[in-house]
Design a protein around this ligand. Sequence first.
Ligand code: SAM
Length: 243
Amino acid sequence: THFGYQNVPVADKQKRVADVFHSVAQKYDIMNDIMSGGIHRLWKRYTIDMSGARAGHTILDLAGGTGDLTAMFSKRVGKTGKVFLADINESMLKVGRDRMIDRGLVNNIEYAQVNAESLPFANNTFDCVTIAFGLRNVTDKQKALESMFRVIKPGGRLLVLEFSKPVFPWLSKIYDQYSFSLLPKFGEWVTGDADSYQYLAESIRMHPDQETLKDMFNTAGFEDCEYHNLTGGIVALHRGFKY
Ligand code: SAM
């Protein structure tokens, strides 16, 4: 379709991703709840549980968007810790910042407009880096993983929460139908923008599967890499450590 981007130049993909998130920023949260039936909250809660985050930690919530993970981390790391809500997209960051302020989360959060492929942080800065539903939008995923590796402290970890490959063929079928026919329709009803949700479905289909992403973690230098399938592999949480 016109939104397939396998063979389009890199700059085009970046622009397309930017347009999608400028377009959906205001309605992003309600769409997440509708599309996932609220289950994204459980996936995110599980991510926090696997993060090992505790008081005093410094966390990077990369591609953090409207800040669901940042809000949970902010409570975990407390006054002595810090959470960076970082995203490439101004509109998403702005919605995220307004949301954190509305919730009174103001003491330990910083905001940064960054590209995951070339993070502007010093080596060995973070106890934990998370990227939730963000990696599939990044053009050069391997380069991004390497950039994340660089900014994690020795002993720290990376968590990638992302759509993945359903483990049962019957689930794959239902899921494909859902994402290619229902999802763009929902998207159109709620945001008036079917194209963005068509893009979403295609980016999910093209994202590396569980084992491929695990290999990419290893290539970037991470150790003890593992993944956990959630909701039958519709989503997977990958985790790796830097020693
Ligand atoms: N993490 C949030 C969540 O789980 O609700 C937001 C996820 S949203 C689907 C994906 C986010 O990735 C968007 O806010 C988008 O701007 C951001 N993004 C896309 N490409 C990026 C890049 N190269 N570097 C940093 N963020 C990026």
